[in-house]
Every structure is written in structure tokens, then in C-alpha cells.
Design a protein around this ligand. Structure first.
Ligand SMILES: Cc1cc2nc3c(=O)[nH]c(=O)nc-3n(C[C@H](O)[C@H](O)[C@H](O)COP(=O)(O)OP(=O)(O)OC[C@H]3O[C@@H](n4cnc5c(N)ncnc54)[C@H](O)[C@@H]3O)c2cc1C
Length: 381
């Protein structure tokens, strides 16, 4: 049995997308990922190449020059990229899931023409700025303000940990107006948009994460997305898709750790036999494999529900919660199975272990996912 996605059971489109993503990941990402991690290098050229293949338009409809993939196919592709490098995967995931979904659902035809098409074609990389230094889990407490002055909106405030914040072409920025929380499309060359220096991170080191200062960022009135005051709901819809992306990012990390562990336990000998002959090792590998399969299945079930038009807030939270804790657990076991070598930078599993941690934190911590799952059990409040 293969640990990776097997082509049997996939549709023809899915098989083609998985093969394209897997081949790209094998040749253009995996050989360089350790170096990018060491040097904290953001590989924009690789993102651009993925864009040329259509991977920045996975969730955009074909009429806006996207691939128009269903959610499950999008998740299959993303897992392949994440198994090669979680940093590249998070850029792709946020771009495809959050600003794209928000624009598809709530953008005007003119906004779609101007922004969504370029994003789908891979010419514009997008990010999402919700979190602030004082509001993470309690995102609705954000303090960035947007004030209407005649035909302009003027944004001021501070954002924290914006993925792609210094490397994107546009950001979906959440700010408070008199009517409530609203979403604004902010091209990153707008005067007053000031990204900080890249954060030094434990993992995902090749991903760009920055604080943002918004200093009187003046936007034409038509860069408000949808209705004034309705943006928080739009962001939560985007986060449903985003959490599924993080779930398969975690699956990709866990799967690659398991693949390394399986190979290592076959080749490493102690007490005169390969590690895989020890029952204690077999039990670990079996549990790792079972959890990877279960995490992927949960993400795909939630993806299929989304494709049927169902509300997926609870199931996306379940998938993200389970997959991220799986990634942390599986990578911990992989480091253990590699023994001393597992702790060394020359071997691949310590990077996977470091990359796994953030999946339990961003797009809502595990504690917040548990709160959302529990809330889903009492739908009437
Ligand atoms: C690498 C990275 C990239 C990121 N990218 C983005 C991005 O692109 N855009 C963006 O907007 N944000 C981004 N974030 C921010 C991320 O979403 C937040 O860090 C996350 O939501 C948690 O918020 P916080 O860090 O403020 O933690 P806090 O909210 O301060 O939480 C601290 C601890 O308290 C717990 N806690 C909080 N409230 C409760 C509660 N009610 N019950 C139980 N426990 C609770 C949390 O679970 C956590 O363990 C990124 C973060 C990182 C690390």
C-alpha cells in the first residue's frame, strides 16, 4: 500500500493535477527545500512557475481564467506541494483559499476583472491580513481602522504575522469601519503600506511572514469588498476553505515524515537486524500510517461537503484540528525513529517536525478549532 495518494479511484482530472503537482514538487521544490529553509529564502520564482501552470488559480472559476477545480481536487494538489515543502504550500494555500474565495463570492465584476483574473493567471500573488498584535484568536477585536473620506477609504493600524505580506502583490486587509469589520483589497504598492522585516521563525522558514504598518493607506472607494461591515463573515467563509488547505498541508508534512521513517527503518540496522523488524517500531509506523490516512480522509470528506454546497465550518475545523495534531505527532515519532540522526539538520525529519508545529497555531489554534467543533454540536447556541 502506498502512503501517497494513489491514482486508482481518482478522476482523470484529479489524476492529471496530482501528477503535475507531484512532478513539479519532485523536480522544482524538493531538491531545494532544505537550502531555502536554512537561508529563509522566499522562492518567488517557484511560486511564479506554479502560477504559470495554473496553481494560483485552482479555486477561481474558468470564466476568470482559473482552473475552477472542486475543493477535493484542490486539496489533492496542495498535499503534493506540502509534502515537498510546507512553505511553498502555505503561500499557495492562503492565496487560493482566502482572498480568492472572498473575491469569487463577494467581488464586483470590475474587481474580479482587475484583481481575480491576474491572481488566477498567476501574475498577482495575494495574502490575507486579519491578525493584529493584540488580536489573534479573538480576531473580531481587531483595531485597524478604515475611515471614509469622500471617494476614498483611509486605512491605519498594525497587522501581525501576515503571510506573503512583503512578497504579495495584493493583500485582503480586514479593518473596522463605522458599520463593523470590512474587507479591503490593498495592492502592496499603495503608499503607506509598510511591511516589516521577515520574522525569524522556528519552521516554515522559507515562507514570508511580516508585521504590517498601515499608515494612512488611501484606497479608491471601489476597493472595499462587498458590503461595508460584512467583511468578517466573508473572512470566516475564506477561513473554512483556508483550514482545509492547512489540513492537507499538515497531511503532506506527516506523509513525507512517514515516508522517510519507513525507508530509514528498512535500512538502519541495530541488534543485527533492520529497525523495521522490531515490533515496537512496527507499532509506531502502523499508528503513523493510520493517522495520516485518517487525516487525509477527514479533509476530503469536508472538501466533498463544501463541493455539495454544505456549511463546512465544523468539518473544516475537525479536519484542521486532527490533521495538524497528526502532523505534530507523526513528525515527533519520525524524529524518534531516526534517533540521533533525527535531531541533525543533515537529515530531513527535523525540518518536517519544525514545519508541523505552526499548523496547530495559524488559521485558528487547536483550542479555537475545538471551540468551533463544540459550537457545532449546539447549533441553536
Ligand atoms: C507563521 C505564521 C503565519 C501566519 N499567517 C497569518 C496570515 O497570513 N494572516 C493572518 O491574519 N494571521 C496569520 N497568522 C496569525 C495566526 O492566525 C495567529 O497566530 C493565531 O490565530 C493565534 O493568535 P495569537 O498568536 O494571537 O494567539 P492568542 O490568541 O494570543 O492565543 C494564545 C494561546 O491562548 C489560547 N487561547 C486563546 N483564546 C482561547 C480560548 N477562548 N479558549 C482556549 N484557549 C484560548 C490559544 O489557543 C493559544 O494557545 C500567522 C501566524 C504564524 C505563526
Amino acid at each position: 500500500m502506498s502512503i501517497a495518494i494513489e491514482p486508482a479511484g481518482l478522476s482523470e482530472t484529479q489524476r492529471q493535477i496530482v501528477e503535475l503537482a507531484r512532478e513539479f514538487a519532485r523536480t522544482r521544490i524538493e531538491p531545494f527545500a532544505a537550502e531555502w529553509d536554512r537561508t529563509a529564502h522566499f522562492a518567488r520564482d517557484v511560486i511564479d512557475a506554479l502560477g504559470e501552470l495554473g496553481f494560483l488559480g485552482m479555486c477561481a472559476p474558468e470564466e476568470y481564467e482559473g482552473m475552477g477545480l472542486d475543493t477535493v481536487t484542490y486539496l489533492l494538489a496542495l498535499e503534493e506541494i506540502a509534502a515537498a515543502d510546507a512553505s511553498i504550500a502555505v503561500s499557495l494555500s492562503i492565496h487560493n483559499a482566502i482572498p480568492t474565495t472572498m473575491l469569487v463570492r463577494h467581488g464586483t465584476p470590475a474587481q474580479k476583472e482587475r484583481f481575480l483574473k491576474g491572481m488566477a493567471r498567476g501574475e498577482l500573488l495575494a495574502g490575507f491580513a486579519l491578525s493584529e498584535p493584540e488580536s489573534g484568536s479573538d480576531a473580531a477585536a481587531l483595531r485597524t481602522r478604515a475611515v471614509r473620506e469622500r471617494d476614498q477609504w483611509v486605512l491605519s493600524g498594525a497587522k501581525a504575522w501576515a503571510t506573503n505580506g512583503a512578497t504579495a502583490d495584493l493583500m485582503m486587509v480586514m479593518a473596522r469601519t463605522e458599520r463593523g469589520i470590512s474587507a479591503f483589497i490593498v495592492p502592496t504598492d499603495t503608499p503607506g503600506y509598510r511591511p516589516g522585516k521577515p520574522e525569524e521563525k522556528m519552521g516554515l522558514r522559507a515562507s514570508n511572514t511580516v508585521a504590517l504598518a498601515l499608515e494612512d493607506v488611501r484606497l479608491p472607494a471601489d476597493q472595499l469588498l462587498g458590503e461595508d461591515g460584512a467583511g468578517f463573515g466573508y473572512a470566516m467563509e475564506g477561513l473554512d476553505a483556508g483550514r482545509l488547505g492547512i489540513a492537507v498541508q499538515a497531511v503532506g508534512i506527516a506523509r513525507r515524515a512517514l515516508e522517510h521513517a519507513v525507508a530509514y527503518c528498512d535500512q538502519r540496522r541495530q541488534f543485527g537486524q533492520p529497525l523495521r523488524q522490531f515490533e515496537g517500531v512496527q507499532f509506531k509506523l502502523a499508528d503513523m500510517a493510520t493517522r495520516v490516512e485518517a487525516a487525509r480522509a477527514l479533509a476530503h470528506v469536508a472538501g466533498a461537503r463544501r463541493d455539495r454546497g454544505e456549511d463546512v465550518t465544523t468539518s473544516a475545523s475537525m479536519a484542521k484540528l486532527f490533521a495538524s495534531e497528526t502532523a505534530m505527532w507523526v513528525t515527533t515519532q519520525a524524529v524518534q525513529l531516526f534517533g540521533g540522526y533525527g535531531y541533525m539538520r543533515d537529515f530531513p525529519v527535523e525540518k518536517l517536525f519544525r514545519d508541523a508545529k505552526v499548523t496547530e497555531i495559524y488559521e485558528g489554534t487547536s483550542e479555537i478549532q475545538r471551540l468551533l467543533v463544540a459550537r457545532g454540536l449546539y447549533p441553536r447556541g
